[in-house]
Design a binder for this molecule. Structure first.
Ligand code: ADP
Ligand code: MG
Length: 698
């Protein structure tokens, strides 16, 4: 029998295949490009292209594609076959270095947020040799970056790669100051924990809302939801287990390190976590994971819902972004060390993160802002929309001791001078089981928990990498010029703690008091919705920071602003239109049909026996009629508000109108329809109920 070891990575043109199929010279040259970003020679590219094609063809591939991540949030591909006519009437399979390195998809239908208006419509894709090529179906997929001809990034990968560069550059400066002259680069790594729901295809297809928007727009509460807490880590049902088994196999073949799987809090909700990889590869892998989850589910007669809030009143799905930074030699810079020097270095990196998260709270919030995620953040099930950091008691006490110059009340009561005294050993893993914090230190990494389940993790990591690069840059600028390194270091750490401790919060993030304390006493930002958050990307401090590290140009920032808000508007408008359609053509007619039958029943009964009161029927008919009237009114109201959107001057104004008017009207319409569901006979109701949806997979 084949074991995982035999087929792990079998569909990946990875280091093992490269070593086996490339000449030593080509292999070394490619490795240098991969590790050090050295430019690739065309002759090397040609040799790699031939080896890649031969390998892919031997695995049954017929096509190749430049695989990229436009600003739609999903991946894109355009397939070209390898075939080329031969003089004898047959074909040969061809693929050149030029085709490997560069592609020219027609960019005109991808969102560009104004970049297209000012610049050329055409775009090109450029091979990213740091992420392995792989085979999906019968197509060789080559991970690429996607840019306009004027060099503007039209994708998520380009700024992500730039942010990794920026972080590495600044972190290396710091490491050199601590006497590390061997590390060549520093890499940010991520292990994203992916949550999702599984429901049966049969139920899914009966719900236009799920089919069109990915979430239920209507649905009365099920008598049983998640209140028993009996699903979390519960026994995995056979059908789900079969899905997970095949999913793991498919992911493993693609070299994705799928590691942990379990049931989540809500019924029908599950989680998958891979072993962490560099932010770039983790992003590619997470996109692939989401795609393959949906494909494998379909093979099992299931549908995988990745929406952040598929069901009201039931936990939504997120993505925990476990983030750390390490040298190319494997030293985790967020891991407390053994020696005084290592400890001081650890504290400096820790402070860099604290400062970054505080200074750029808004960018972190923006990086996770979507219409779907707005339903989660702040809904007492996911972290609130307020960004704060959880450090745990032990680390908190250490920081307090440093700030106040008082003895640390740990194992040994010592006053610490950084770089001189040994820091008390903190026990790893007494750390966070506090699930309510948006940004928690978990021993040797930070867990950023605000990401939505369907979103690419690229944006969050772009902002995180760059904001931390900025803190490190400020530190390095000061330390490089310092006469007394130790004193300046100590002072800088002390000052960071003093200035930024208001972002550190170890309590319950779901508590209403926290909301008050955070905003009123601590002055933290509470950017509740996407339209509240996104405009801040244009704030001078954010633009200056992002452009100074070369991660985004001003035009690119402006385009992200436009696209994020455009997506928000489009998403909610599609939802609102779907609601109108469902309410008008299915829900109101169902209630009406039931009311009419009840009325007829009353008439029949009366004809039979005039002394019967028929108060049940009369009462019910009255109630149903009131509801259909209400529904008709709410529909008209919503339709009117939708029409008025065309008055909006720009996307900022439109998104604000949607937040203030459309969403409230949608809620009202839903409330009336959901009430209708609770009083209409089941046989009349056009859709599967929440109970059926959530407990359909056996
Ligand atoms: P949990 O949060 O459920 O306790 P873990 O903390 O073990 O689980 O891991 C969650 C995720 O964090 C996994 O994807 C894991 O690979 C990732 N992870 C573990 N260590 C690191 C690290 N140093 N840097 C980044 N991610 C990490
Ligand atoms: Mg975790």
């Amino acid at each position: 029998m084949k074991t995982v070891k035999d087929y792990f990575g079998s569909m990946v043109f990875d280091d093992r295949v490269m070593k086996a199929t490339l000449s030593a010279e080509v292999y070394t040259s490619l490795k240098r490009t991969r590790n050090e970003g050295k430019k690739l020679d065309i002759s090397v590219a040609n040799a790699v292209a031939i080896a890649m094609k031969d390998w892919a063809v031997s695995k049954g591939a017929t096509h190749y594609t430049h695989w990229f991540q436009p600003l739609t949030g999903i991946t894109a591909e355009k397939h070209d076959s390898f075939i080329s006519p031969s003089p004898d009437g047959g074909v040969i399979m061809e693929f050149s270095g030029k085709e490997l390195i560069k592609g020219e998809p027609d960019a005109s239908s991808f969102p560009s947020g104004g970049l297209r208006a000012t610049f050329e419509a055409r775009g090109y894709t450029a091979w990213d040799p740091t992420s392995y090529a792989f085979i999906k179906g019968r197509t060789l997929c080559i991970p690429t970056a996607f840019c306009s001809y004027s060099g503007h990034a039209l994708d998520k990968k380009t700024p992500l790669l730039r942010s990794m560069e920026a972080l590495s550059k600044q972190a290396i400066r710091i490491l050199r100051l601590f006497g590390n002259h061997t590390a060549k680069c520093v890499r940010a790594s991520v292990g994203p924990e992916q949550e999702y729901f599984l429901i049966t295809k049969e139920m899914y297809e009966k719900r236009p809302d799920l089919c069109l928007t990915g979430r239920t727009l209507f649905g009365a509460k099920s008598p049983k939801g998640q209140e028993m807490d009996d699903h979390y880590f519960g026994v995995i049902k056979p059908r789900v287990a079969a899905f997970m088994e095949e999913l793991n196999d498919e992911l493993w073949k693609l070299g994705i390190l799928a590691k942990t799987e379990h049931n989540e809090v809500a019924p029908a909700q599950h989680e998958l976590a891979p072993i962490y990889a560099t932010t770039n590869i983790a992003t590619d892998h997470n996109q692939l994971t989401m795609e393959i989850m949906q494909k494998v589910a379909a093979k099992h007669g299931l549908v995988c819902l990745l929406h952040e809030k598929p069901f009201a009143g039931v936990n939504g799905s997120g993505k925990h972004n476990n983030w750390s930074i390490a040298t190319n030699t494997g030293q985790n810079l967020l891991s407390p060390g053994e020696t005084p020097y290592e400890n001081a270095q650890f504290l400096l990196f820790l402070c860099a993160v604290i400062k970054a998260v505080d200074d750029y709270q808004d960018l972190l919030r923006i990086s996770v802002a979507t219409a779907g995620n707005d339903h989660r953040l702040g809904a007492n099930e996911a972290p609130p929309a307020i960004v704060s950091i959880f450090l745990g008691d032990e680390l908190n006490a250490v920081l307090h001791a440093i700030e106040t110059g008082s003895p640390y009340q740990g194992a040994e009561k010592t006053q610490m001078k950084l770089g001189v005294d040994v820091l008390p050993k903190f026990n790893r893993d007494t750390t966070d089981r506090n699930r309510t914090s948006p940004f928690a230190f978990t021993g040797n990494k930070f867990e950023f928990r605000m990401l939505g389940s369907s979103d690419s993790i690229a944006c969050a990591n772009i902002m995180l990498n760059t904001a931390v690069a900025e803190s490190l840059k400020i530190y390095a600028d000061r330390l490089e010029g310092a006469e007394d390194f130790e004193t300046v270091l100590h002072e800088m750490i002390r000052k960071t703690i003093k200035d930024h401790k208001h972002i550190i919060f170890n309590g319950n993030g779901y508590d209403d008091n926290w909301m008050k304390e955070a905003t009123e006493e601590r002055g933290l930002m509470n950017l509740r919705t996407t339209p509240d958050a996104v405009p801040h990307i244009l704030d001078k401090k954010n633009v200056d920071m992002l452009t100074s590290h070369g991660v985004f140009s001003w035009e690119e920032i402006k385009s992200r602003y436009e696209i994020t808000l455009e997506n928000y508007c489009k998403t909610v408008i599609i939802e609102a239109n779907t609601m109108v359609d469902m309410a008008k053509t299915q829900i109101a007619p169902a209630i009406e049909a039931y009311a009419s039958d009840v009325a007829k029943a009353a008439v029949t009964k009366k004809a039979l026996d005039d002394s019967l009161l028929c108060s049940y029927e009369t009462g019910l008919v009255r109630k149903l009629s009131v509801l259909t009237d209400q529904i008709a009114m709410q529909v008209a109201d919503l339709e009117k508000a939708l029409m008025e959107l065309s008055d909006a001057e720009d996307v900022g104004a439109e998104s604000a109108m949607i937040r203030d008017s459309i969403l409230t009207k949608m809620e009202k319409l839903r409330a009336a329809c959901d009430e209708g569901e609770t009083v209409t006979a089941r046989s009349y109701w056009p859709y599967p109920t929440y109970g059926e949806l959530l407990f359909s997979v056996k």
